[in-house]
Write a protein that binds this ligand. Structure first.
Ligand code: NAX
Length: 327
């Protein structure tokens, strides 16, 4: 049988953590033949550590055959030791009266420390997914704080936006989600993201031609996907958790196990593709194979798409400028 891999999860006692850990331990992320050791991180605060112990008791009570071990940590230096996969979920939420700059600064502190700890302690091939918001910028900060690790091993989660877009297209066309290929989301995990179905197909037919309604695209589809997080909060009184955890599973599974030529969306550091400046952590269409992702290149960008991409890029560059002095 396979040697266990180490999976670190931060914010492990939070609501996404609660929807995520059981699925990782059951083999849904890395395969039903891959044992895992969970390295669970929470803030050192007594209440958070106690809640984490409770989650670990429940994990024990599942008696997962693939769960080869589990550890509770209060600091990233110990928590990321030899980590193969790191899911950085915990982040500082925006508190009442908190300015955007304060939010960026608080998260810059967390992700600088976590990036440094990964740099020092994690496996040299660690695959990092940042979920905690602002996800793209937090991933950028962690990447910049880990100079000895490969920059391409730092990614941000756009998969929830991608999955939200898939479901909206399925509802609009009346076709099953699984039949939709080559959809992607460009840019920032924020309402400025640009979900793009121009290249999408269903049974080989163009989704754009099937829908053939640019007004729906602009006035219904993009705002629905972009503001979905707010709509969930409004309805549930809490932010997306199970769907976010599901997207994290999808992201890591596809990165680790491959997409067999199919596109998925990942937030990854640009190498200059599509005019996105190097290192900007940007949502791109990618394919994956053998544990590596590849940005899909050479897609035509029309005027409307360029405008959307410019807008989400400008927002991201604004965020990055806001943390530059902290790195
Ligand atoms: P919760 O507040 O339920 O849980 C977060 C947990 O992280 C808390 O238990 C907290 O103690 C812990 N934490 C905070 N700082 C930490 C640190 N430095 N080290 C370790 N643990 C730390 O939030 P939850 O609903 O689980 O959401 C977590 C994050 O995901 C938030 O930043 C949220 O904005 C973000 N999201 C990102 C999404 C995406 O698509 N990228 C979608 C869902 C979600 O909104």
């Amino acid at each position: 049988s396979k040697k266990p891999v180490r999976v670190a999860v931060t914010g492990a006692a939070g609501q996404i953590g609660y929807a995520l850990l059981f699925r990782i331990a059951s083999g849904e992320m890395l395969g039903k033949d891959q044992p895992v050791i969970l390295q669970l991180l929470e803030i050192p605060d007594e209440k958070a550590q106690k809640a984490l112990k409770g989650v670990m008791m429940e994990l024990e009570d599942c008696a997962f055959p693939l769960l080869a071990g589990m550890e509770a940590h209060g600091s990233p230096e110990t928590g990321f030791k030899d980590t193969d996969y790191a899911l950085l979920v915990g982040a500082r939420p925006r508190g009442p009266g908190m300015e955007r700059a304060d939010l960026l600064a608080a998260n810059a502190q967390i992700f600088t420390a976590q990036g440094k700890a990964l740099d020092k302690a994690a496996s040299r091939d660690v695959k990092v997914l940042v979920v905690g918001n602002p996800a793209n910028t937090n991933a950028y900060i962690a990447m910049k704080s880990a100079p000895s690790l490969k920059r391409e091993n730092f990614t941000a989660m756009l998969r929830l936006d991608h999955n939200r877009a898939l479901s909206q297209i399925a509802a609009k066309t009346g076709k099953p989600v699984a039949s939709i290929k080559s959809l992607c989301v460009w840019g920032n995990h924020s309402p400025t993201m640009y979900a793009d179905y121009r290249f999408a197909t269903i049974d080989g037919k163009s989704v754009k031609d099937m829908i053939n309604d640019q007004v729906w695209n602009k006035d219904v589809f993009l705002p629905t996907v972009g503001k979905r997080g707010a709509a969930i909060i409004e309805a549930r009184g809490l932010s997306s958790a199970a769907s976010a955890a599901n997207a994290a599973i999808d992201h890591m599974r596809d990165w680790a196990l491959g997409t067999k030529g199919e596109w998925v969306t990942m937030g990854v550091p640009s190498n200059g593709e599509y005019g996105i400046p190097k290192d900007v952590m940007f949502g791109f269409p990618v394919t994956t194979e053998g544990g590596q992702y590849k940005i899909v290149e050479g897609l035509p960008i029309d005027a409307f798409s360029q405008e959307c991409i410019n807008k989400t890029l400008a927002e991201l560059q604004g965020e990055q400028d806001g943390v530059k002095h902290l790195l």
